[in-house]
Design a protein around this ligand. Sequence first.
Ligand code: RFL
Ligand code: PHB
Length: 389
Amino acid sequence: MKTQVAIIGGGPSGLLLSQLLHVRGIDSIVLERKTKDYVLGRIRAGVLERGLVGLMEEAGCADRMHAEGFPHDGTLVSYGDEMFRVDFTKHAGEHVMIYGQTEVTRDLYDAREKANGLIEFNVENVVIHDADSDSPHLTYNVDGDARRIDCDFVAGCDGFHGVSRQTIPLDVRKEYEKLYPFGWLGILSETPPVNHELIYANSERGFALCSMRNDKLSRYYIQCSLSDSPDDWTDEAFWAELKRRLPKEQADSLVTGPSIEKSIAPLRSFVTEPMRWGRLFLCGDAAHIVPPTGAKGLNTAASDVHYLYNGLRDYYENGSEAGIDGYSEKALARVWKAERFSWWFSSLMHRYPDQSEFDIKMQVAELEFLRSSDAAQKAMAENYVGLPY
Ligand code: RFL
Ligand code: PHB
């Protein structure tokens, strides 16, 4: 087979890129290791920046998001029984959109199918060949069948555990990583959210987050030990622990119910440089990971897609290589700012095993500064709604 852009990974980055290219008449094929149901079964992001909403609009996939999503103008931050609000509209002139990654992905799959876009599922052994030449190709297997795609460019949208990043030689690639000594235990439950906006809670028992997907579906997280397994946590134990970490008023009004999903995610900050090697371009989690505090993962994947899509457009429409040549530098400049924000917000909100009493005083002082300073709230709001592309 032959295509202009071969895309490895049928997660949100790969599908969004494929659909945006399609709108501009640029042909692509998406290769996905899992099934569509598996990809849609992963419960992940819930907060979308304006930039991602704009890309979904440009891709022609935003109707359901605008009908069913919930714009949020601010968020709540609590510590102990204290709570304050950071107003995004007032401080940054923008809101964020509450709409699950699952729904974004579903809308993109629907659009690709409607356009007869080719997505190969259950692919195995994807290998990228000659990425540093002008004519790269991919080989892979489906049901034991050996296949090949010749292409102009390869987009590595295959997440943290994919093959694309590993294809860049070690003497070219530099990786930066920070691991956090805790994880997030998350549950989804068919209960009304405790509050109409998100609550990020710093408590002496550890971090908690109250989020949602819609007015009947809640998403809650608590900081947990890395050695915990979801099976260690009954629903009752989860709800009891969450209540202990919220201000009393919120704990008292929390509606509990059976969980319909329960999982643990480790927290990691990770960046690989460069994000381009020859005709291979890394996008999204394939190139970087942020801890979820601040909801930057999917949104940073989207900004990569924006830069790559525009670079490829420039190449095919104007014959210019300037956009693709500048891709890695431009994408990384924004990636590092999202890394900083996620690291800062994680450091502010969690309990660390080796934290001293002094460290805890510093967290409280910073939370009180954030509560009382317009300048500090503006800095947080600007980052939370998303820095400009
Ligand atoms: P994905 O979603 O991992 O998709 C990559 C796809 O590539 C496939 N794949 C391969 N296909 C073919 N061949 C191979 N060799 C392959 N190897 C892998 C995989 O099966 C998969 O389908 O990466 P992508 O598209 O870059 O998207 C990134 C986002 O998924 C991620 O950044 C966010 O989910 C992070 N995240 C959040 N981001 C936000 O912006 N806002 C949030 O509120 C937010 N909350 C979260 C999150 C991530 C979480 N977890 C579990 C990590 C909450 C959680 C709990
Ligand atoms: C979510 O709803 O899953 C979510 C929201 C905000 C975050 C992380 C995750 O910072």
